[in-house]
Design a protein around this ligand. Structure first.
Ligand SMILES: Nc1ncnc2c1ncn2[C@@H]1O[C@H](COP(=O)(O)OP(=O)(O)O)[C@@H](O)[C@H]1O
Ligand SMILES: [Mg+2]
Length: 257
């Protein structure tokens, strides 16, 4: 059975593409066949996160009927499969997201997981992503603007009859001004199934076009994303302990107490 999952948020910049690419990489490492699809038709970024070279065929070509789905699948060196979006201005102007649902129907039976990196906002583009998939993973940051927009996505997903898998709380620092897990759960009415800390190496991972779970698997953020992947796929995985801070950092941490 193929699971069609949309990674959605409402507000942009909360970490959808980061979560989608790492989730895909983690599932692939677990041996689960996974296809990532860039649902950001106006501003596709997934290809950049995964080092997809300028690809001859993209989702835009498939949507226009100029390529088959198979022609637009790029295989990452790790084995993870990706359908990137087209980044040219003509792609931007000529694309209609309505056909996304048809494409996803065709993908049924091809992989264990097909994960759509959803578009931000609540317009036609993100809505067509919700329509094309059956399950939704809601990503938010621990602040009111992102949680408010996450609530809108949740309400729309409920209207589409999608199953909401839960909330991924991303970029958590634990500072006092942040909303807590309890706050987010009571505001959204769904459980927080993953808490991902702020991780400076994520910027390095995007720059080096390598998902964090591959670049720095010892970081807490990478471990959390692998735990999430294992949870979604029903795999038992015992996470390693996140790497300890160096001796100097621990000494200073102790002195600061
Ligand atoms: N856990 C994290 N720690 C630090 N930076 C993060 C984290 N998650 C995402 N980011 C950064 O936030 C920015 C937006 O992330 P992105 O995945 O592109 O969001 P979206 O797809 O929702 O627009 C990127 O610069 C990314 O490096
Ligand atoms: Mg994105």
């Amino acid at each position: 059975m193929t699971r069609l999952i949309c990674v959605a948020s409402g507000k942009g910049g909360v970490g959808k593409t980061t979560v989608a690419s790492n989730l895909g990489a983690a599932l692939n490492e677990f041996g689960v066949s996974t296809l990532l699809v860039d649902g950001n038709l106006t501003t596709p970024h997934l290809g950049f996160h995964l080092g997809v070279p300028l690809y001859p065929k993209t989702l835009h070509d498939v949507l226009r009927g100029d390529a088959t789905i198979d022609e637009a699948i790029y295989v990452h060196p790790s084995g993870l499969k990706v359908i990137p979006g087209g980044i040219s201005i003509s792609d931007l102007k000529s694309t209609k997201p309505d056909k996304l649902a048809e494409i996803f129907l065709e993908l049924l039976g091809t992989h264990d997981f097909v994960i759509l990196d959803g578009a931000a906002g609540l317009g036609r583009e993100p809505l067509s992503g919700l329509e094309a998939t059956d399950e939704v993973l809601v990503v938010t940051n621990p602040d009111l603007p992102s949680v408010t927009d996450a609530l809108k996505v949740i309400k729309l997903s409920e209207e589409f009859g999608s199953h909401i898998l839960g909330v991924v709380l991303n970029r958590v620092t634990g500072k006092l001004h942040e909303l807590t897990v309890d706050d987010v759960e009571s505001l959204l009415g769904y459980p927080v199934i993953s808490t991902i800390p702020e991780e400076p190496k994520i910027h390095e991972s995007i720059a080096s076009k390598t998902p964090l779970v591959m670049l720095a698997p010892e970081t807490k953020a990478a471990i959390e994303m692998k735990v999430l992947a294992a949870k979604l796929a029903g795999i038992e995985w015992t996470p390693p302990k996140p790497k300890e801070a160096g001796l100097l950092a621990r000494l200073f941490g102790f002195l600061r107490k």
